[in-house]
Design a protein around this ligand. Sequence first.
Ligand SMILES: Cc1cc2nc3c(=O)[nH]c(=O)nc-3n(C[C@H](O)[C@H](O)[C@H](O)COP(=O)(O)OP(=O)(O)OC[C@H]3O[C@@H](n4cnc5c(N)ncnc54)[C@H](O)[C@@H]3O)c2cc1C
Length: 594
Amino acid sequence: MATKVAETQAGGGRFVLGPGDPGDCFTPEDFSEQHRLIAQTAEQFATQEVVPRIDELEHQNFDVTRALLKKAAELGLTAVDIPEAYGGLGLDFVSSTIVYDRIAKYASFSVTFGGHTGIGMLPILYFGTEEQKRKYLPKLAASDWVGAYALSESGSGSDALAARARAELSPDGKHYLLNGEKMWITNAGFADLFTVFAQVQGDKFTAFLVEKSFPGVSTGAEEKKMGIKGSSTRPLILNDARVPVENVLGEIGRGHIIAFNILNVGRFKLGAGCAGGARNTLAEAIAYAKQRRAFGRTLAEFPLVAQMLAGMAIGIYACESAVYRTVGLIDNRLAGIDKTAPEAGTAIRKALEECAVECSIVKVFGSEMLDRAVDANVQIHGGYGFVQEYAAERAYRDSRVNRIFEGTNEINRLLIPGQLLRRAMKGELPLLAEVQRTTEELMSGAGAGAGSDSGPWAAETAQAEGVRKLGLLLAGAAFQKYREALEKEQEILAGLADLISITYLLQSAILRARKHGGAAAPVMAAMTRALIAEQMDRAEAIAHLLLPRLAEGDALRAQAAMARRLLKRELSDTIAVRREIARAVLEAGRYPLG
Ligand SMILES: Cc1cc2nc3c(=O)[nH]c(=O)nc-3n(C[C@H](O)[C@H](O)[C@H](O)COP(=O)(O)OP(=O)(O)OC[C@H]3O[C@@H](n4cnc5c(N)ncnc54)[C@H](O)[C@@H]3O)c2cc1C
């Protein structure tokens, strides 16, 4: 069930080369019947099975957690990525993304579910030997066993390769003895199998499959967390842990390949979960705003409240447009791969690596979008949003961790330009030629906008093009000024990352609206236009921040003029557009699409 995405768009990072084509862009409106069925199953499971048990889960009754994982397995929800040969369903990546998106009604369970089916299971699927897959995947897919991923340590989170846990081969050559302590391990309280990273012979970073029952393996106390209290987070203690040599995952000294590629998937799925979480938050906010009265009216009737609801909907729209465009790219790359073939690991790794930029964009935008949504929900709830009686308070705390795990948002921002440059240096993306072409074009006085297009979305496409070209222009200027020292200019790199991300978000929203947002979907068109207005302002603020750092005097004035030209736009009544979105949201009683 591969999604149809043309080859031209399939390589990750290619969106920096042009506006894209609607036919190449996968969207939620392109879901097949089977996708819709999966969405319904995941949503029903979360609403009918997870939500009623929130109290028990918040008190860390992990028997309930395990029973829910088992129930999810019976519905096939934990086995979507796993090939039939290993007891799974072997569906496409769109399907597993839909599950993460639609199951997200209670953050703690989403984190547990992601720890098990994502970072817990996928290292074996993508990098395991045939024996390892046959031994572990059926148990994990059925949730008879629960998986976990142990990369971080007390002294190394972002700097994961600096891990101190070590692994020494036993004198008889049959086991590795692992020593050290992993920290912050999701599901550690009840997991049966951990993917653990440790240094062999001091500096060969390597992954191991470590069963909870192996001698020398134990867990520490539960962390007392700010949020996602219903998930388990504990240290994993390795004290001469005896791990059979056949449980080395991948190659000795090549653990970083596993660590980083699995994080790519984790990031991407986190972004999908944020879209789902925000949809749920919006529904709560609407319900409250419709029933709570003040000054003789419902809150929903106040334009300032309505503006908050519209803002939430616009964020969700942007996030899901980027999420499903990205999954289309990934699926297209994975479509021809037989996941059971011995060489599948390398092919899958390459596909994920290619889309690393898009995965980081989705993670950063999704986590920040959800934070804004839960904040608005608390605000709409007023004092009731600040007390534990209402779910708004819990969701506000639960959301915060998304900006920290799966690579902090700072690290992900640094990765975005870094990964693009890496692909360019490897000859996989003609980025430098595009920077040069754009800069020359702009210097010559041409180049603002998308060209001579005059279709219904031409003006909006031209605006997204303006941001794209601004990003390229500033990237070129930054590289020319700082060269190797650019690495130390993190503020510039983060600004470039945001311009790159805005480009991707705007393109994804516009391509979706061009594909599906005709007269039949006025709210989609309105959300696209409101998103563009909001993000163009953001792009302008970034330009104002970066330009004086990159040039001075006449050069600064010239570049600022170019930036103004690229971001030039007619002022439009965005208040009216957002009111229109709020009306649609209130009428639907939920996020108005899908
Ligand atoms: C609830 C929870 C669950 C988790 N689950 C797991 C799990 O299942 N498995 C696992 O392996 N890990 C897990 N983690 C760990 C998580 O991935 C790390 O906390 C995260 O990567 C950040 O690492 P750190 O905490 O060491 O922070 P640090 O790396 O010390 O970062 C602290 C701050 O410094 C910034 N910073 C660090 N380096 C740079 C840099 N080079 N440039 C700019 N800024 C920088 C960071 O962005 C951050 O703002 C979990 C964490 C939490 C809180």
